[in-house]
Design a protein around this ligand. Structure first.
Ligand SMILES: Cc1cc2nc3c(=O)[nH]c(=O)nc-3n(C[C@H](O)[C@H](O)[C@H](O)COP(=O)(O)OP(=O)(O)OC[C@H]3O[C@@H](n4cnc5c(N)ncnc54)[C@H](O)[C@@H]3O)c2cc1C
Length: 457
């Protein structure tokens, strides 16, 4: 976080929405004056609110066992959940074969089918009974009703002050830093610094081949996507954040067959985001948090409604009021998980916007007529999956680690569900290895492999 603030200083004066709402807030930004009303190069400190939308109602995220949850679910469903939970404690699934068994053993059939079954299918595109149980064990360990109850008790004492967040579980963090113009702004600034220091950045250049000699990478073959010119690049060190599947393929026959086969079997989930600019939303702010024009206060909302394909909804006004030119409008982002080339992916942009607005109208989030503008963006390989051949990933690692000057870092680079902080940490660790002459890559691979995991709750 200190590194981020060196690039974009934390705000020292209120944001546009604080001023409009006359919020009485103090900002921890120290040193350089950073007023978001006067300059763009500012990191905002935002409150984090995110909830689950299900049965046309809002539930806490992470889901908590409180009166609100029970009231939203209704007595009939709560009794069913409780009964099926007690039943599974007495008669657990003996041999957990898949993620479905894993969830049912921890939550009971009813809670599983209410909250986990369809959402997991939405996100990963395959049903829970086709995902290995070890995925659950590895990624969502510690998740249990007992844990949920202790979290409720703990949260009564949870502190929200920014500098006291260090030991708070990721999903309970109440505030976060956000560049005034979105995360890309941070990296645009970093790119500018790299260039000022004499570095070169070649965008739209694709790595298509790798040459090696023994345990050393000697050359990367790069294609300029605009001109189709191919150029070899020699370097002392190579860092890769490209998808592991493509990296191994770029080695061609130099990669052993076992590594190649494993890489080919790695699975990814692709992603489409649809931005819609609307005059207003139909859902209203029923919390006691003041907002402009009474819009819901959430940064993002998990959409659990089963009749729509949308997975999450971003409310950009609440990330940064500077992302919307007229703060009286609402700028939302609908997120769709998909597979490259499937029906969603291939939809024409205009059809997709129509479909997306229709989905939000179907679940009573907005009226279609209030949508004024939109944009569709497609991203491939955004979620590296922990199924497919992932359990043989060591065959890839054994191969790539034989090269002293090649470092796999980041999210797709390591085929790991890294967030930005862990992606950066893996890069920093790689550089430290080089500086300190450390040959082993273990410290890099250890990034974000700790047993504590974000999704635990
Ligand atoms: C929908 C979504 C929401 C997220 N939200 C958050 C969040 O709120 N907070 C957070 O911390 N993290 C979040 N993340 C994760 C974060 O975006 C990643 O951790 C981070 O971007 C990973 O950085 P990276 O450098 O490893 O990879 P990337 O940022 O993916 O960069 C990899 C680069 O490699 C390029 N590339 C690929 N193939 C080739 C090739 N053959 N040749 C040359 N270049 C190539 C790509 O074009 C890309 O520019 C989110 C991710 C997604 C998908």
């Amino acid at each position: 976080m200190r590194w981020w603030q060196r690039i974009l200083p934390l705000q020292t004066a209120p944001s546009k929405d604080d001023l409009i709402l006359k919020r009485n807030v103090s900002y921890p930004g120290k040193g350089v004056p950073a007023d978001p009303e006067k300059a763009d190069g500012v990191m905002l400190l935002r409150n984090r609110i995110s909830r689950i939308f299900f049965l046309r109602k809002f539930f806490n995220y992470p889901l908590s066992l409180n009166y609100g949850t029970f009231a939203n679910l209704g007595i009939k469903r709560v009794v069913k959940i409780a009964l099926s939970y007690f039943k599974i404690n007495i008669f657990p699934v003996k041999n957990e074969k898949n993620l479905e068994d894993f969830f049912i053993n921890r939550f009971g059939e009813e809670l599983y089918s209410t909250f986990f079954k369809d959402y997991t299918l939405k996100v990963w595109g395959i049903p829970c009974d086709e995902i290995g149980a070890e995925w659950g064990a590895q990624r969502i360990q510690g998740l249990s009703i007992t844990r949920a109850i202790t979290d409720v008790v703990k949260s009564l004492w949870a502190k929200s002050a920014f500098d006291e967040q260090k030991n708070v579980e990721t999903s309970l963090i109440k505030q976060f830093m956000y560049p005034k113009l979105g995360p890309g702004q941070l990296w645009e600034k970093v790119a500018q610094i790299v260039i000022e220091k004499g570095g070169e950045i070649h965008l739209k250049h694709k790595l298509t081949g790798i040459k090696c000699d023994g345990g050393t990478i000697t050359e990367a073959i790069i294609r300029d996507e605009a001109s189709n010119n191919i150029m070899p690049v020699k370097a002392d060190y190579f860092f890769s954040t490209m998808p592991v599947r493509d990296l191994i393929s770029a080695f061609g026959p130099a990669a052993p067959e076992k590594a190649r086969k494993t890489a080919e079997g790695l699975v990814y989930r692709d992603f489409i985001t649809v931005g819609l600019l609307a005059k207003k939303l139909k859902i209203k702010n029923m919390t006691d948090i003041p907002t402009i024009n009474g819009i819901v206060p959430d940064n993002w909302i998990y959409i659990q409604e089963k009749e729509v394909k949308i997975g999450r909804l971003q409310i950009f006004n609440n990330w940064s009021p500077y992302l919307v030119s007229d703060i009286n409008n609402v700028w939302v982002g609908l997120e769709y998980f998909c597979n490259e080339g499937d029906g969603l992916w291939n939809k024409k942009d205009s059809d997709f916007m129509e479909f997306a607005a229709g989905e939000l109208s179907k679940i009573d989030i907005l009226e279609k007529e209030d949508v004024m503008d939109g944009i569709v963006l497609r991203f491939s390989k955004v979620y590296p999956a922990y199924f497919g051949t992932y359990n043989q990933f060591n065959l890839i690692r054994d191969f790539v680690d034989t090269f002293g000057n090649l470092f796999l870092i980041g999210r797709n680079g390591m085929h790991r569900y890294n967030n930005m902080d862990h992606s950066m940490l893996s890069a920093m660790t790689a550089v430290e290895n080089i500086i300190n002459g450390v040959k082993s890559k273990d410290a890099i691979w250890a990034t974000n492999s700790e047993t504590e995991y974000h999704e635990k709750k």
